[in-house]
Write a protein that binds this ligand. Structure first.
Ligand code: UD1
Length: 364
């Protein structure tokens, strides 16, 4: 029997590991697939609700590390994960995405000579001020299996000298979750809860440090939301980082009444809100991909994207960190100037199956 431990830590990890867990089921007599939750995200609405919505079992290991500075968080995860690895002696660990849990666990495994598979490898924003970019580069450089979601990832890894034998273009596991759970979105009551009419509201998510950690930026973003709010109802589920900063900078009362501020939202409800939105304004990585798959217009308030396919062939508009530009592009879209999009190659709901097949044929 082979043993694999998949790592989850932060909100965007859960929907990537859920399809992998399902795809390992047919191998259950030969491969034991376990889940370790680092506890990087710990609020019920940032974590537990996703386990429920995504039908994930309780994690086999919970490290409970919580928040902290980058060094504290990364260090604590490493110390706790090392204990799990020494006890369990897995044959492989799987990490997903680019959060601190991703690098912390891959680095711990690598020092113990346990091979790592990185799912969502090769993405690059080429902006090393983003903590995620450092996490991506380092994780890729110590992983044995690199599973890539879009072709830019293949080029990036080639340019970095990664041997082709380690790299597999398998598609996007987050889209696997979307495809699997889309039929279930019809059963949620989130639209009526927020009094939202399909195709007639703007969905907003903002949590990048570069947008929300400084008073001036956050204040200009609020002006932007108020201006969009004058045209359409805005629904803004707020990330704890953004919420805490709005409190700290005394900005919470500045949002006008057409901007509906809500707590973070679970997976099925959020998918329902994405699917029915007229426009999404975001700085998230994953939402750029989900909106491209669903053909929903997305304005990304960042200077760079590590997911260029969403701009090149999808419905994503990368508008930079000039919020005036974001306002103009948003208003054009709301006046009907929409971009037609296509679904990227291998975003077909079958990525996890391809990954499991590759891993199984190599381990067994
Ligand atoms: C992390 C990831 C980011 C990802 C995001 C998705 C890193 C470096 N960043 O950013 O790539 O896009 O998750 O959400 O890994 N907090 C809570 N409750 C929680 C979690 C966080 O209150 O359950 C608050 C804490 O004050 C914490 C802050 O949010 O200090 C930031 O959390 P952290 O995990 O450090 O980073 P995120 O901004 O969530």
């Amino acid at each position: 029997m082979k043993k694999i431990i998949s790592v989850v830590g932060a909100r965007p990890n859960f929907m990537k590991v859920a399809p992998l867990h399902r795809a390992f089921r047919p191998y259950k007599d030969k491969i034991q697939h376990l889940i370790c939750h680092t506890g990087q995200h710990y609020d019920e609405k940032m974590s537990k609700i996703f386990f429920d919505d995504l039908e994930l079992p309780r994690p086999d290991f919970y490290l409970g590390v919580g928040s902290g500075s980058h060094a504290q968080q990364t260090g604590k995860i490493m110390i706790e994960f090392e204990k799990v690895l020494l006890e369990e002696k897995p044959d492989l660990i799987i990490v997903v995405g680019d959060v601190n849990s991703t690098i912390a666990c891959s680095l711990t495994a690598s020092k113990l000579q346990i091979p790592t598979a990185h799912v969502e490898a090769g993405l690059r924003s080429f902006d090393r001020t983003m903590p995620e970019e450092i996490n991506r580069i380092l994780t890729d450089s110590i992983s044995e299996y690199l599973f890539v979601t879009e072709k830019s990832g293949l080029t990036n890894l080639k340019n970095e000298g990664v041997p082709e034998s380690k790299v597999y273009f398998t598609g996007n596991v987050m889209i696997d979750s979307l495809v699997h759970f889309l039929p279930k979105t019809n059963g949620t009551n989130v639209m009526s809860k927020f009094d939202a009419a399909p195709g007639n509201y703007v969905l907003v998510t903002l949590h990048r440090p570069s947008n929300v950690d400084h008073r001036e930026q956050l204040s200009s973003l609020i002006d932007l939301l108020n201006s969009i709010g004058a045209m359409r109802r805005v629904i803004f589920p707020i990330h704890p980082r953004t919420s805490k900063n709005m409190e700290k900078f005394g900005l919470k009362n500045r949002l006008n009444s057409n901007v509906l501020l809500t707590e973070p939202i679970g997976y099925l409800d959020f998918l329902t809100l994405i699917k029915n939105a007229e426009l999404i304004l975001t700085d998230s990585g994953g939402i750029q991909e989900e909106s491209t798959y669903l053909g929903i217009q997305c304005v990304t308030v960042r200077k760079t994207t590590e997911r260029p396919v969403t701009v090149e062939i999808g419905t994503n508009h990368l508008v930079g960190d000039n919020y005036k530009n974001a306002e103009q592009v948003s208003k054009e879209i709301l006046s009907g100037k929409k971009k037609a999009g296509k679904i990227p190659e291998k975003w077909d709901g079958k990525a996890a199956g391809r990954i499991c097949e590759i891993i199984a044929s190599s381990l067994l």
